[in-house]
Design a protein around this ligand. Structure first.
Ligand code: ADP
Length: 497
């Protein structure tokens, strides 16, 4: 059977890459299952997409925001109708289990409705002028053509966080999905088109980072960049954008700590740890990758966590009984192997897992065993560096203050969690944990779309996705002064009557 050949979307037309090259999108659970063949694009394709987006912007920016929003409402309805189909296709291209890919589509639906509501808000301010007969206000203006570069772990949710606020604000877009998961972006954009999105407002260019992503960042016609991915690439993207003074939103790594105190509900904390560490096969930027255990409960917690990790059913995410899918590709498997080696060399104790699963049903996919390390010290690399796999590090602490200090001792600051029934400690943790997100009695994963999403320190560069943070990125403020006095009035100078 020949592969379905997808094309780039440029100015409303489906066109092959000018490079003439393509790449295969392969199911990470089953190398026999080819999801599709996609264009491997280059700078010329990006240039054509940016030109189309710039033309479309001239009319899209003038469409009233409530009308732009109507397209998002319809997109939400279309995604709801197609949720099951899109979830299945996402499991095939990304690997995570069906309940999670349904959640991923649902997140795009939630974002569609939330951002559609903004069509009738997009509030600015009115404020008194210091001068008589003068009116002062600020309004949100679109930025123009926005470039978007997405990762593979939330193949539809993350593109929706970028596209929907950008669109309601009146921008046009060029998006490059991750090379491992382009289909979910196609499904998302197809839904927008079926909802009535005009040609050229969203353009898709698929391909690899250096060939198809880098030209988006450096293109002079792209006015702002939204990037989610690794810190290494984020640093390059940020540096290139800075050279042209381009606004650039970077969302990158995490090494997210869960603190479990001696008074915690241990079974609840275990449920959270299992979900936080092994959900999405540990491949979330918010994954629970460090668990800081109070010494009084450490032994009990560790024993139960290992038993539950061992009992997880790993396999093809299309099987409803499976609880943890594969890693995205062989490179990620190698990263997990490498970090397991590093952890053991550093003196951490491997309690379970630590290697790929290769036999029998696993032989055609990129599977890795749920892995738990104990005896980890906060300074070890396994406690400081992101693995992005099903690997969790357990660190014992003597008290609350030591746990907070350990949690804060890394370069990242995305998500954190505290399990305790002590309300005073909970509020101190909310105050003192250096992170963009803190959960109390819930794991480090589980963001909702109407709250700001992002981190401090080297997780990001201060921008937020989700909530009103996204509106701040996809608009620029214009201050407007209307003088109806019919005479020249000079601010700061004409201070009298
Ligand atoms: P991950 O480790 O999650 O794959 P990456 O940072 O490598 O993270 O990839 C995230 C996104 O960035 C992908 O869409 C990828 O193609 C893109 N990308 C990779 N390298 C570059 C680059 N040099 N310039 C722009 N985008 C890139």
């Amino acid at each position: 059977m020949s592969n379905h050949l997808y094309k780039n979307l440029i100015g409303g037309e489906w066109v092959p890459a000018r490079t003439g090259k393509t790449f295969l999108n392969v199911n990470p659970a089953d190398s026999d299952d080819i999801v599709g063949e996609f264009p491997s694009s280059g700078a010329e394709d990006v240039d054509a997409a940016v030109t189309a987006a710039a033309i479309a912007w001239q009319t899209w920016r003038l469409v009233p925001a409530p009308k732009r929003a109507e397209i998002l409402y319809r997109t939400g309805e279309i995604l709801t109708q197609r949720k099951e189909q899109y979830a299945r296709e996402m499991t095939r291209e990304m690997g995570k289990v069906l309940s999670e890919t349904r959640g991923d589509v649902q997140e795009a639906i939630d974002t569609a409705y939330y951002m559609a509501g903004e069509g009738r808000r997009l509030f600015g301010q009115t404020t008194p002028s210091e001068l008589r007969s003068k009116f002062a206000m600020s309004v949100r203006m679109p930025v123009g053509v926005v470039g978007m570069i997405a990762p593979w772990n939330f193949p539809m949710a993350i593109p929706s966080w970028k596209l929907f606020p950008a669109l309601v604000c009146g921008n046009t877009c060029v998006i490059k999905p991750a090379e491992d998961t382009p289909l979910s972006t196609f499904n998302l954009v197809q839904s927008l088109m079926d909802a009535g999105l005009p040609p050229g407002v969203v353009n898709i260019v698929t391909g690899f980072g250096p060939d198809a992503g880098a030209p988006i960042v450096s293109h002079p016609g792209v006015r702002a960049i939204s990037f989610t991915g690794s810190s290494e690439v984020g640093r390059m993207v940020g540096q290139t954008a800075a050279g042209n003074f381009k606004p650039c939103s970077l969302e990158m790594g995490g090494k997210n700590a869960m603190i479990v105190l001696e008074d915690a509900n241990i079974d609840l904390a275990l449920d959270g740890a299992l979900w936080g560490a092994f959900g999405t096969t540990g491949q979330r930027c918010t994954a629970t990758s460090r668990i800081l255990l109070h010494k009084k409960i450490a032994a009990e917690f560790t024993e139960k966590l290992v038993a539950r990790a061992d009992a997880l059913k790993v396999g093809n995410g299309l099987d409803e009984a499976v609880q943890m899918g594969p890693q995205i590709n062989q490179q990620q498997i190698e990263t997990s192997i490498r970090y397991c080696g590093i952890a053991q060399k550093e003196g951490a104790k491997l309690l379970t897992g630590g290697s790929p699963l290769e036999d029998g049903t696993f032989d055609k996919g990129h599977f890795f065993a749920p892995t738990v390390f104990a005896g980890v010290k906060p300074g070890m690399r396994i406690a400081r560096e992101e693995v992005f796999g099903p690997v969790v590090a357990l660190i014992e602490c003597t008290d609350f203050d030591e746990a907070i200090e350990a949690a804060n001792s890394i370069q990242y600051g995305l998500s954190t969690a505290l399990y305790s029934r002590d309300v005073n400690k909970a509020f101190r943790a909310i105050r003192d944990l250096e992170a963009g997100i803190t959960y109390v009695n819930a794991p480090t994963i589980g963001a909702e779309v109407h709250l700001p999403f992002g981190g401090v320190k080297q997780t990001g560069n201060g921008h937020r996705e989700g909530g009103t943070g996204a509106l701040d990125f996809y608009t620029t403020w214009k201050s407007v002064y209307v003088d109806y006095s019919d005479k020249l009035q000079r601010a700061q100078i004409d201070t009298g009557e």
